[in-house]
Design a protein around this ligand. Structure first.
Ligand code: HEM
Length: 277
């Protein structure tokens, strides 16, 4: 059987203080509490399930590489911005599925379906708010993450491809914002989209074709809304998921870059060595 990380493989022995045992020194009188047999069995069961899946998929090296990878000295809070962006995307995907249960992508029914969702559905307004503000958060986080990788010089060799994938992810995230804006189909979203399409159509070379593709024709018609919806909830999320997979694969494969001030400290020594050599 392929090896699993020790945290998964080795449950603490009965009576031993470990993963599942109490860490507060036991009961009120300070005596170590006996591990609960049901809890122990559940833990063993979970380990067996992980082992079973791992034997059939061989997924553990990737997951171990992703979750337990070594990070360079000096790694700090700025390095959490990529994961924060990922979290924002997951929130968008989950809340988006909930909204899709109620949304009707038709020019005559979209507005009413959103009003129904907001006013009548249990937690509808809350989930809609999460999706709306989550979109803004994701855009802020992606820019901050991009800024971190830029200012830490993480776009340089050998991570140029990951930077390029990141740029495409940024563009796709902005397309999510643009296509989502039309969906409530009120006056503001309608006119904002008319303006956005006119700007897109004025772009060089591909601009007019791109605008025609998004509008589903040369004019804004009743088919424009379903087109935006399909792009918003199928095409672009699918591309984003695939690209996040490639992005994370490269992060695991190449590791992350140490902060520039630590690299600067390390440099004089190596350049001295080069001169000596
Ligand atoms: C959906 C959007 C994105 C997600 C979920 C994402 C996720 C991540 C994660 C989890 C990491 C590793 C931890 C970290 O360094 O923060 C990372 C690293 C990286 N990301 Fe992103 N990222 C996204 C967008 C971008 C963008 C827009 C760029 C730049 C244009 C970018 C460029 C990079 C680079 C160059 C690294 C390697 C960092 C290093 O070596 O230190 N990413 N990304």
């Amino acid at each position: 059987m392929p090896k699993l990380p020790s945290a998964l493989r080795k449950p603490s022995k009965p009576g031993e203080r470990g993963n599942g045992a109490r860490r507060d020194g036991g009961g009120a009188n300070g005596v170590e509490a006996e591990p609960h047999p049901v809890r122990e069995k559940t833990k063993e069961g979970a380990i067996d399930v992980v082992g079973w899946v791992d034997q059939r998929t061989g997924a553990s090296p990737f997951l171990t590489g992703l979750l337990l990878r070594k990070v360079p000295k000096g790694t700090n809070w700025f390095y959490t911005l990529g994961s924060a962006t990922l979290f924002a995307f997951v929130v968008q995907a989950l809340t988006g599925v909930f909204l899709a249960f109620y949304y009707v992508p038709s020019a005559t029914e979209a507005y009413d379906s959103i009003s129904h969702l907001t006013n009548d559905v249990f937690l509808g307004e809350f989930v809609r708010g999460l999706h709306k503000w989550g979109a803004t958060m994701m855009i802020i986080l992606i820019f901050l993450h991009m800024g971190r990788t830029f200012f830490f010089g993480a776009y340089k060799y050998p991570r140029e491809l990951n930077w390029v994938i990141g740029v495409v992810l940024l563009i796709l995230t902005l397309v999510m914002g643009l296509t989502g804006y039309l969906l409530p189909f009120d006056n503001r979203s309608y006119w904002a989209t008319i303006v956005a399409m006119n700007i897109t159509a004025s772009g060089p070379v591909v601009g007019p074709y791109l605008a025609d593709f998004l509008r589903a024709g040369s004019e804004f018609t009743a088919t424009t809304l379903p087109r935006f919806y399909a792009v918003h909830m199928l095409l672009v999320p699918g591309l984003i998921i695939a690209l996040i997979g490639a992005h994370l694969y490269l992060v695991v494969k190449l590791g992350t870059t140490a902060p520039p001030w630590l690299r600067a400290e390390a440099k004089p020594k190596s350049s001295r060595e080069e001169k000596v050599g």
